[in-house]
Design a protein around this ligand. Sequence first.
Ligand SMILES: Nc1ncnc2c1ncn2[C@@H]1O[C@H](COP(=O)(O)OP(=O)(O)OP(=O)(O)O)[C@@H](O)[C@H]1O
Ligand SMILES: [Mg+2]
Length: 252
Amino acid sequence: MSETGISVKNLNVSIDNREILKNISTEIPKNQITVIIGPSGCGKSTLLRSINRMTDLVENVKTEGEILINGNNVLDPATNLSDLRKNVGMIAQAPNPLPMSIYDNVVYGPKIHGMRDPAILDEKVELSLKRVGLWDEVHDRLKDPASALSLGQQQRLCLARALAVGPKILLCDETTSALDPLSAKHIEDELISLRNDYTIVFVTHILRQAKRLADYAVFLYLGEVVECGPAHEVFTSPKDPRTKAYLEGVFG
Ligand SMILES: Nc1ncnc2c1ncn2[C@@H]1O[C@H](COP(=O)(O)OP(=O)(O)OP(=O)(O)O)[C@@H](O)[C@H]1O
Ligand SMILES: [Mg+2]
């Protein structure tokens, strides 16, 4: 499905004149899971939120550099944000279903983008819920409020909602951290099953999770990319002493 990687070039982000991301350059390979790791406050969420321009919402933010998706710099002021966010879905830290039914949560995005045909919407709901392993659990209560689902089910619903608009890229910011271990495992398994079709960027500070998920790893420290590369290389033979120290639990 997706042919879309992300190329970050000389990205600088400052907030209130404080440098948050410092000259970041990294390639995020298409159709793989890239995990961004690093201690709290190092800029993981800021990097993720720059990719779909959510950082625009921050007051006194200044962004320089390039984030290329399909050769287009998404930081260009002329970028159509609606198109960008259709292509780049985001799943938040805690499940945030909309205050409406399970069905309406899934069709919310497609409807905004003009999809109206009830049969096509029905099909969208079934496919999206099947894709996240939720269909069997909810197909007989699609009109129930989403809030009636367990937290883990709600997070899979949010994943289905993101998939329903047909993104090529999925941004996940500690997407399992509010969940019990079994539900977290469920989401991880879904992401692993999606990785051939989507470019997934997953932020976590849980090393074991990073090792389970990552094809490619980016280690951020104090707003800089210290090291990035194929996950097995970064995790088994880190080149930078700071990466080694982080992996050994010396800081973070
Ligand atoms: N809206 C904001 N206003 C001011 N400062 C911010 C804002 N968002 C982030 N920052 C600052 O930017 C730095 C990086 O924050 P960010 O949330 O990107 O870190 P993180 O690596 O995701 O941390 P965590 O693991 O705790 O989620 C922090 O010093 C933070 O205080
Ligand atoms: Mg964060």
